[in-house]
Write a protein that binds this ligand. Structure first.
Ligand code: HEC
Length: 131
């Protein structure tokens, strides 16, 4: 009887460990290694060019100020997220990765190949100025 209890205890610990007990659940997806830690090569003035790119390519879904309220975004599931609040919780490497590659299972396509890396950094810089 005692052995059975020990075995149950052992497996409970295993299950708890496998579920990542202790490690805080990630609020956002993990950035792939080839993007993690990338730094923005452009200065703050890149936001100006980024604003134009955003208006032309992103605002229809994300809204002029990135609050996820663009006319084309209203019917989407999931809806475009509020970018200023996302930008407050993630780094520029996250944004660069997401805009480059897109987000599977959503209407967010990858912009690499449509926009150049510099243009993506410009738009990332612009997102950083949104409130
Ligand atoms: C067709 C509509 C559409 C267009 C156009 C679009 N997006 Fe998105 N975007 C989405 C949707 C939908 C999501 C997913 C939201 C979610 O999963 O919470 C998303 C997600 C994102 C995210 C990250 C969300 C996350 O949780 O990681 C960023 C950053 C982003 N978009 C930026 C842009 C930028 C910059 C552009 C323009 C270059 C753009 N988007 C164009 C619909 C769009």
């Amino acid at each position: 009887m005692k052995n059975i209890l020990l075995v149950i205890l052992f497996f409970s610990v295993l299950v708890l460990t496998a579920c990542g007990g202790g490690a805080a659940p990630a609020a956002v997806d993990t950035i792939p290694p080839e993007f993690a830690g990338k730094t923005n090569p452009l200065g703050a003035d890149a936001a100006e060019a980024g604003a134009v790119i955003f208006k032309n390519n992103c605002a229809a879904c994300h809204g002029e100020q990135g609050h996820g309220d663009g006319p084309a975004g209203l019917a989407l599931d999931p809806k475009p997220k509020d970018l200023p609040s996302l930008a407050a919780t993630v780094g520029e490497d996250y944004l660069f990765w997401r805009v480059s590659v897109g987000k599977l299972g959503t209407s967010m396509v990858g912009w690499k190949g449509i926009l150049t890396d510099d243009q993506i950094w410009q738009v990332v810089t612009f997102i950083g100025t949104l409130k």
